[in-house]
Design a protein around this ligand. Sequence first.
Ligand SMILES: Cc1cc2nc3c(=O)[nH]c(=O)nc-3n(C[C@H](O)[C@H](O)[C@H](O)COP(=O)(O)OP(=O)(O)OC[C@H]3O[C@@H](n4cnc5c(N)ncnc54)[C@H](O)[C@@H]3O)c2cc1C
Length: 284
Amino acid sequence: MKDVIIIGSGPAGLSAALYVLRAGFSVTVIGKDNGALERAESIENYFGLDHPLSGHELIETGKKQVANLGGEILRDEVVGIAWDGDYTVSTAHNKIQTRSIILTTGTSRKSAKIKNLDKLEGYGVSYCAICDAFLYRERDVAVLGNGEYALHEVSELLNIVGHVTLLTNGTEPMVEFPSEVDIITTPIDELTGEKSLESIRFSDGSTLETACLFVALGTAKGSDFARKLGIQLDDERIVVNEQMDTGLPGVFAAGDCIGGILQVSVAVGEGAKAALSCIRFLRS
Ligand SMILES: Cc1cc2nc3c(=O)[nH]c(=O)nc-3n(C[C@H](O)[C@H](O)[C@H](O)COP(=O)(O)OP(=O)(O)OC[C@H]3O[C@@H](n4cnc5c(N)ncnc54)[C@H](O)[C@@H]3O)c2cc1C
């Protein structure tokens, strides 16, 4: 059992890890990559740099600092969080139990440009299998995605709904899906339905009638976890109070995933605040 799992190994997550470690608690930081900074060629507006550093160099230095204090950093993709008294964080390769969580997942710009997807959100388009599967029990549904996150959502659905079809929208599946799942790789043209989703039309003119389309594109975002845990969202931003507390006991959030000013200095400060709140929670 970990004291804290930090999801995200960007500036907010690594800054939070430093504080939690120095307070004597065990930390695992899980990040699927180096986050937004990996694409930043040169950082010149962060305190303490006598010459510009690339985003990659800054993050790698931060990771070393966390590792030097005994923090564990895993390169893995988190696909789900469950609560049963403690939290269980599921990754593509592991399940880890923890007393508390700090979400520092950054922002994601990954979305699908499919006609009527936004319009039918909440009317047959869902972003949360565990929340909505029961509404579609024993009915046929589809999942949009091709990776570990889509596999996780498919697994949630298989026990509850009728048949599941995976739609990869013109890409190839990146992981192996259960054999009972049909896979359609043809690009999607549009979703149709007046009041709610009725069918999906593909670029070759074929259609699939389905009760619900569960969207699980790319990697699960902080907002996906928040939605599943019942944490308040403002659009896709996780809502926190001044102490970076989401309102769910033991779950905090910081950095770009809560919106505001999307800068390293802000992410680092919020990461520290989230860590201090988390330390108070662990001690109480
Ligand atoms: C091109 C570019 C240039 C920039 N230049 C500057 C600059 O010069 N100065 C400045 O101050 N800011 C700059 N920024 C902004 C800055 O990078 C961000 O504000 C900052 O990185 C936010 O930190 P964060 O920790 O909140 O999120 P991020 O740094 O984005 O980190 C998010 C972390 O979450 C992980 N993650 C997300 N989902 C999952 C999941 N499901 N499972 C596991 N891990 C997950 C990611 O892998 C990553 O490790 C730039 C951004 C970009 C894109």
